[in-house]
Design a protein around this ligand. Structure first.
Ligand SMILES: Nc1ncnc2c1ncn2[C@@H]1O[C@H](COP(=O)(O)OP(=O)(O)OP(=O)(O)O)[C@@H](O)[C@H]1O
Length: 321
């Protein structure tokens, strides 16, 4: 779907992006992660031609984007800017309608799409005539996302979309983002410097430093098989928490087909990660995790200590693979 080939960008003597190559499959969620100034935004902007590379190429569905007019290219690539970048003198309705108007949609279609997006993004219709400054940061962020999604582009580029939000609003919007059906089929490349956000929302993480890729892989690959000291150090602070979130209960405690996990009277999602289970152990003060089969017969029980032992055994095995 998207292919980056030996992309370089220099600003004078400064190499902002250095020899970056990778491919992104359709529907994949890639997160560009790294410290401030490592070249993430520059790399992102080369994908929609807001910045032209010094050398190297970007291909979209096999076509070199140098051969596509920037305005045309950007109609098929939604872009959520850092600090949401809404036009302050446009109402919310006008902000959302920017690309559909460029595409000359009729007003009824634009209205329907706008209402539909507001509903999906939990924004009340009465904001339509308001200006961005009248909305909270979280609401502005939702409008920024609605604007990028308005014309239903197959690709979405997002630059620190949740960066300006407080932790609680951020966690809430991240969860909504993850569960938005509309986004599931889209190819997303997103910039962040927040490790947890990267691990939570991505299929693969592209860890960068000084313009270059340090490591690109799934969250589990980065966590359990970091490629060098930079990758180890970057993830060190939150390592254990990230590991608990990266490992699914299913990977360490088998469950029969159509069976279930239970904590006391709580029925757990079979897709739960270890962190969610640990949280539930703590919150509900239960002693045992039970595994039942399709007839609701108990086939296994694990204490907190058993669960931890299974987790560490899994981590040990994974590291040696
Ligand atoms: N237009 C420009 N002219 C000169 N230098 C630039 C320009 N744009 C970016 N840079 C420099 O290129 C480097 C990479 O910048 P970039 O914005 O891509 O980093 P980033 O990883 O996105 O940082 P942040 O997380 O702080 O947004 C930085 O050193 C920056 O100062």
């Amino acid at each position: 779907m998207i292919k980056l080939e030996k992309l370089n960008k220099s600003f004078g003597d400064l190499k902002a992006v250095s020899d970056v190559s990778f491919e992104v499959a359709q529907g994949e969620k890639i997160i560009l992660l790294g410290t401030s100034g490592c070249g993430k935004t520059t790399l992102l902007k080369m994908i929609n031609r807001l910045i032209e590379p010094t050398s190297g190429s970007v291909f979209l569905n096999g076509e070199n984007i140098q051969n596509i007019k920037p305005e045309h290219l950007r109609k098929g690539i939604g872009y959520v800017l850092q600090n949401n970048g809404l036009f302050p003198h446009y109402t919310i309705e006008e902000n959302i309608a920017v690309v559909p108007r460029m595409l000359k949609w009729d007003s009824k279609k634009i209205e329907q799409r706008t209402f539909n997006l507001l509903e999906k993004l939990h924004l009340d219709r009465h904001y339509l005539n308001a200006y961005p400054a009248e909305l909270s940061g979280g609401q502005q962020q939702r409008v920024g996302l609605a604007r990028a999604l308005a014309a239903d582009p197959p690709v979405l580029l997002m630059d620190e979309p949740f960066g300006a939000l407080d932790t609680i609003t951020r966690t809430k919007i991240q969860a909504e983002f993850k569960n938005l059906d509309e986004l599931k089929r889209k190819t997303v490349i997103m910039v962040t410097h927040d490790v947890q956000e990267a691990f939570e929302l991505s299929d693969r993480v592209c860890l960068m430093d000084k313009g270059s890729i340090i490591q690109m892989g799934t969250p589990s690959e980065l966590l359990f098989n970091p490629s060098n000291k930079f990758a180890v150090d970057f993830l060190k602070e939150q390592n254990l928490l990230l590991q608990f979130k990266a490992v699914k209960l299913l990977q360490i405690v088998p469950v029969p087909e159509f069976g279930a996990y239970n904590l006391g009277s709580i029925n757990l999602d079979v897709d739960a990660d270890v962190w969610q289970v640990l949280e539930l152990f703590k919150q509900h003060n239960v002693d045992l995790l039970t595994v039942t089969d399709q007839h609701n017969q108990q086939v296994n029980t694990l204490s907190f200590a058993d669960l931890m032992a299974a987790f560490y055994q899994h981590v040990k095995t994974y590291r040696h693979e």
